[in-house]
Design a protein around this ligand. Structure first.
Ligand code: KG4
Ligand code: ZN
Length: 340
């Protein structure tokens, strides 16, 4: 039997809707909010307002591109959290409205589970590689940096997490002090290609176990800039590519270190990456190289599934739907949802 899920994602600054039939993606529409660029970061109030403007046209377009009517949707999956509460509220309210209007089940999804389960989406003309269970997922986004042990689509456990900044946040904050536009991660990735990754050395964390820390790296990056700019006001402009390459190299090497440790500890060698930072070319190359050395099967998401999208929410919703995990109409958004 075919199951058709409409997914809604509105946790941060992208309004997205997607239609999934079983695990095949029929459409995935994303409206990115340009309004935040001039502020150098996401302004929550502006994000909620933009979601309100975008959500109806985005859902309409997703249904049209999928070639289905609203009456053919079996369930509506939405991001309950974590994220910005005002932004989440728009998606949650829309999902409830449609659930009542069409008398179909509501399925809440944890945004982070969505990122991980994006690895199970297939395209209409092409199957994509899927990891086997159990696998380890390195979830790296603007708000999270975690190593997750995934035993099934519904059973996940965080075995390592950042104790301060997320990897994406480290990219974004360092980009900001270099005067680069928001979000800084993709810009650093592009500039790093022309730089020398060994040009600068930054502090690396010494944290026990599988946890991460990026605040020391950020501080050491800042101090390097401050000292060098004091000597030479053109320093950033002249060394931008080297700074980006060295920063990216350090972030990737910190990420890989603990991932290698986690694989050794658990004996798991199916390794996937997910989240916005999994678009980073240094991380993608690094994980493939490490995998070849260690006999891993590595899984890199398609670029369109790295940053926030509703396809992954529909995918996670599909598994919850099949397990009969429905939400009631009094479900509320949750800014923090630390457990998976
Ligand atoms: O998953 P995502 O879209 O939103 C969150 O849930 O946070 O991730 C956004 C983060 C931002 O920090 C952005 O700078 C980072 O992903 N990012 C990248 C790249 N593309 C996006 N970081 C490094 N390299 C990239 N190519
Ligand atoms: Zn995300």
């Amino acid at each position: 039997m075919n199951i058709t899920i409409l997914g809604i994602e509105s946790s941060c600054d992208d309004t997205s809707a997607a239609v999934l039939r079983n695990n095949v993606l029929l459409s995935n529409v994303i409206a990115s909010q340009a309004v935040h660029v001039k502020y150098g970061g996401v302004i929550p109030e502006l994000a909620s307002r933009a979601h309100q403007q975008n959500i109806v046209p985005v859902v309409d377009t997703a249904l049209r591109e999928a070639g289905i009517a609203a009456s053919e949707v079996d369930a509506i999956a939405f991001t309950r959290g974590p994220g910005l509460v005002g932004s989440l509220l728009v998606g949650v309210s829309f999902a409830k409205g449609l659930s009542i209007a069409r008398n179909i089940p509501l399925v809440e999804v944890n945004h982070l589970q969505g990122h991980i389960l994006s690895h199970f989406i297939d395209l209409p003309d092409r199957e994509l590689p899927h990891p086997g269970f159990p696998f380890l997922a390195l979830l790296v986004s603007g708000g999270h940096t975690q190593i997750v042990r995934v035993d099934s689509p519904l059973e996940m456990e965080i075995i390592g997490t950042t104790i301060d900044d997320a990897a994406g946040e480290a990219f974004d904050k360092c980009a900001k002090v270099m005067g680069l536009p928001y979000p800084g991660g993709p810009v650093i990735d592009r500039l790093a290609k022309e730089g020398d990754p060994g040009a600068f050395r930054f502090a690396r964390p010494r944290i026990e176990g599988l946890d991460y820390s990026f605040s020391g790296l950020k501080t050491s990056f800042l101090y390097t800039l401050r000292d060098r700019v004091a000597e030479n006001p053109d320093f950033i402009e002249r060394h931008k590519a080297d700074l980006c390459a060295s920063l990216q190299h350090t972030v990737v090497s910190i990420l890989l270190d603990k991932l290698v440790k986690a694989s050794k500890q658990t004996g798991i060698r199916d390794i996937a990456i997910a989240g916005g930072v999994s678009a980073n070319s240094g991380l993608r190359d690094g994980i493939v190289a490490e995998g070849e050395k260690r006999g891993w099967r590595t899984f890199l998401p398609e670029f369109k599934f790295t940053t926030d999208n509703a396809a992954m929410i529909a995918m996670a919703g599909y598994h919850r739907y099949r397990a009969g995990l429905f939400s009631s109409l009094d479900v509320a958004p949750e800014a923090r949802l630390e457990e998976l």
